[in-house]
Design a protein around this ligand. Sequence first.
Ligand code: 13P
Length: 288
Amino acid sequence: MPLVNARDMLTKAKAGHYAVGQFNINNLEWTKAILLTAQELNSPVILGVSEGAGKYMCGYKTVVGMVNGMLEELNITVPVALHLDHGSYEGALKCIEAGFSSVMFDGSHYPIEENVEKTKELVAICNEKGLSLEAEVGSIGGEEDGVIGAGECADPEECKKIADLGVTMLAAGIGNIHGKYPENWQGLSFETLDAVQKLTGAMPLVLHGGTGIPADMIKKAIDLGVSKINVNTECQLAFAEATRKYIEAGKDQQGKGFDPRKLLAPGFEAIKATVKEKMELFGSIDKA
Ligand code: 13P
């Protein structure tokens, strides 16, 4: 099945009280592992691409070519959206042009009026081209590809302002952080989430920084209207750990263990296991 935008899958998720995972991709192994797991579990899925990862993979056109090729060659029939993660305005335009089916415009670092203006322009373009659009209010903490946020809680009134522009989904900062959570993390602000959900109604809400959030908090967030959860670091940690074990066990020095198809296989399996665990937790299995 060709790429789809994220609108239908997220509307269904919000109505059905589960969440669709966005898993960020970095290369061929990542993409293949995520797509195969989604297919095996009959789950919708969103492939996230940060601007940095897009550059690393030789640009958005390369990414679109790789993903479209895999959808066909691997006979993927579950709904898959290819989504720009934390895009700039220019980055969003480039991804729309390159063939992505969904983009995020992260205007959270602009004053709210400028965020509104730029988001409004992208709503019009995405509607015309049939893409879904994610907007952000209140920056997500931590660092991702050089974008550093302090982990604020969004102002629910500002969330409503952006939601009313007609975006498909909305990321609201609720004390969440990209990367590993520090020991003294205060947890998610369910008070903020509840207030945002009350003002934005049927709008699917997005939880960034999915790595390391305890299962009970994830479930509560889904109950309060979160329908898309982003996971990146956890797949990276799982991949690195499995690869390290392989090398530490000296397997790359046995036979043809140095062949990248063997060397990268444990990391590939580790990503599959991580994605499976998250899809079980988010409740998206058999929701394709
Ligand atoms: P983590 O890296 O913390 O899982 O966050 C991913 C994310 O929110 C991508 O936008």
